[in-house]
Design a protein around this ligand. Structure first.
Ligand code: S3P
Length: 186
């Protein structure tokens, strides 16, 4: 195949990728892995938490303090559904998003969902630092943090596990995620 044919063939394999929604608990690595994978395969990366923060010009922690969780969940669902997406993108989502309204079904209808799964203990180790920006975790340490994560995961697991792909989050890299998604290198 010559160069012109390749170009007109749209042979970049990340074309046709569609929308990939990364879901999972806080601290599972959605944003870090998503950003790396998107850069690697040359598609846009969208962080829905960040979009929400830009829209309201407040951090999520500030929004929670001012308005509480109910209005936050409505807004997060609106941001999910009203964002104008490119044809191909990797999207990281807030940890609670799949659990509310019909968000999980919406994501499955509009793209592919990938659950990055980790144990409560591993999540707690990762979340011990960086709690300030996560309003649900403030004031929780040690055993209280693990218990909180276990309870929330138990509530959310049946939603997370409806994902099209379940990926073991332990030692997951952008390269492994790329293989899981069966995207061939360009
Ligand atoms: C939340 C997760 C956060 C953020 C908000 C609530 C949750 O996103 O949306 O603090 O309910 O699990 P990350 O998973 O990106 O930390």
């Amino acid at each position: 195949m010559n160069k012109e044919q390749q170009l007109s063939d749209n042979s970049n394999p990340s074309q046709g990728l569609g929308l990939i929604f990364l879901i999972g608990f806080m601290g599972s690595g959605k944003t870090t892995l998503g950003r790396k994978l998107a850069a690697k395969i040359g598609v846009e990366f969208i962080d829905l938490d960040h979009k929400l923060e830009q829209q309201v010009e407040l951090s999520i922690a500030e929004y929670f303090t001012l308005f509480g969780e109910g209005p936050f969940r409505k807004l997060e669902s609106e941001v999910l559904k009203k964002t104008i997406y490119p044809d191909n993108a990797i999207i990281s989502t807030g940890g609670g998003l799949p659990f509310f309204f019909d968000n999980m079904e919406w994501m499955k209808t509009h793209g592919k969902t990938v659950y990055i799964k980790l144990s409560p203990k591993t999540l707690a180790d990762r979340l011990e630092s960086g709690k300030e920006e996560r309003p649900l975790l403030q004031e929780k340490h040690g055993d209280a943090l693990i218990t909180f994560i276990e309870q929330k995961l138990a509530e959310r697991e049946s939603f997370y596990s409806r994902a099209d792909i379940i990926a073991d989050g332990l030692s997951l890299t952008a390269e492994k995620l790329e293989q899981i998604l069966e995207i061939k290198a360009t």
